[in-house]
Design a protein around this ligand. Structure first.
Ligand SMILES: *Cc1c(COP(=O)(O)O)cnc(C)c1O
Length: 434
């Protein structure tokens, strides 16, 4: 065993050498050092704001839906580790991947029958884009190679996904002119329950019609736009997209990397609209937050189209494709989710968030408070003071990671009512201080 390093030493080395998400090098704000995590709690190596344990309001970026250190997921990982942690997927296959893929086909919209396992959400979006472009190329329409999306989205940090993220004010604004130029519709009008705006529906139809001969696909996050602004829209627009895509020979891609596995109250957000896409991306909660894994699902029409082309293969194959450890944990995580009344748990958390976040609407500087499923958002009328907001949340015993003008939470589904209330108090405290 290597000599253990003390907290001071670890943080000094971290600052010197370790690059953190969306940060400079060296980092400016010191990260908190986590020693272990169990249930909905993160245990800190050193107390911060007088707390050595924090209730997790983030599910580690939407992923840890069952909480941490879960016995069922631990068993799945341990059992698979003793058989094999990895073998290559070219020319070989294994039970964890086959089982997982069958399960994904069973629980997603019926037309999605074929699954490409990728190693992260961004890569699954790259694969989705490659599928769509190659499909049209195979059908003798190589001009169809642009994508249409609506503003305010987020689809990952690699090149093609960056090109369909919100082009203004987002993290990738720097790269305008370098990224592929895509077609952007206006941001969908806000409100999950708001009646669909006929003028906006016409705007979507018009834009898809106008660009049809150069569009390979429309790609959107259904119902909830996550990292692009944490906003919700009417499922009706998904039906509009489906009809317009069918009418104009354009494929429809749903990026359910954030919304999948129950987060919005439906198992997949597409379910709110009863719309099936041609291609769907899954990730984040796929392994219950244990390991990195994502999936790109497609219809038989898309798969057949690609396989009839001049290059009748999908030329993609990550080294760690179909990783057995990740697949085994993902399969166990989905089974665990479906074995319980997850929809009731999400409803319970939704009610807790509605009650607990309501007072935030009265705070000065708060523009909007919104809740859908196990997602709670407080939007300020100014950029969040990250340091002050984080300090206030940690002081209240909760881990939050605000961004831009947003303080938000999407807790693990196992979060108890008292803990949901505590998270809400922390969000309010962060909104007051941030
Ligand atoms: C997080 C996210 C991605 C990117 O997934 P990574 O695993 O971080 O690469 C893509 N799309 C959506 C909607 C996401 O929320």
């Amino acid at each position: 065993m290597p000599e253990p390093l003390g907290p001071r030493e670890l943080l000094a080395l971290d600052r010197q050498h370790v690059w953190h998400p969306y940060g400079p090098m060296p980092g400016t704000a010191a990260p908190l050092l986590v020693e272990s995590a169990s249930g909905v709690r993160l245990r800190l190596a050193e107390p911060a704001e007088g707390r050595d344990e924090l209730v997790d309001g983030m599910s580690s970026w939407w992923s840890a839906v069952h909480g941490y250190n879960h016995p069922v997921l631990n068993d799945a990982a341990r059992g698979q580790l003793e058989r094999m942690s990895h073998v290559m997927f070219g020319g070989l296959t294994h039970e964890p991947a086959v089982r997982l893929v069958k399960r994904l086909v069973d629980i997603t919209p019926e037309p999605l029958q074929h699954v490409f396992l990728a190693d992260s959400g961004s890569v699954s979006v790259e694969v989705a884009v490659k599928m769509c472009l190659q499909y049209w190329r195979s059908l003798g329409k190589p001009r169809k190679q642009r994508l249409l999306t609506w503003r305010g989205g987020y689809h990952g940090d690699t090149w093609q996904p960056m090109s369909v993220c919100d082009p203004d004010g987002g993290m990738h604004e720097l790269w305008q002119g370098v990224l592929p130029r895509q077609v952007f519709a206006d941001t969908p009008p806000p409100g999950f329950d708001a009646p669909a705006d006929p003028a906006y529906a016409d705007h979507l139809r018009e834009l898809i019609g106008r660009h049809a001969d150069e569009l390979a696909a429309v790609i959107v996050e259904p119902v909830v736009q996550g990292a692009g602004g944490m906003s919700f829209h009417s499922p009706e627009y998904l039906r509009v997209l489906r009809e317009a895509c069918d009418a104009h020979d354009v494929l429809l891609v749903f990026d359910e990397i954030a919304t999948g596995f129950g987060r919005t109250g439906a198992l997949f957000a597409a379910g709110h609209a009863a719309v099936a896409p041609d291609v769907m991306c899954l990730g984040k909660a796929l392994t219950g937050g244990y390991l990195t894994l994502a999936a790109t699902l497609c219809t038989t029409a898309v798969a057949d189209g690609i396989s009839r082309g001049e290059l009748p293969v999908l030329a993609h194959g990550p080294t760690f494709m179909g990783n057995p450890l990740a697949a085994a944990v993902a399969d166990a995580s989905i089974e665990l989710l479906l074995s319980q009344d997850w929809a009731q748990e999400v409803k319970r958390i939704e009610a807790g968030l509605r009650a607990g976040l309501a007072p935030a609407a009265e705070l000065p500087g708060v523009r909007d408070v919104r809740v859908l499923g196990a997602i709670g958002v407080v939007q300020l009328d100014h950029a969040v003071d990250m340091a002050a907001a984080t300090r206030a949340a940690v002081g209240a015993g909760v881990w939050l990671r605000p961004f831009r003008d947003l303080i938000y939470t999407m807790p693990p589904y196992i979060t108890g009512d008292d803990e949901v209330a505590r998270i809400c108090d922390a969000v309010c405290a962060a909104a007051r201080e941030g």
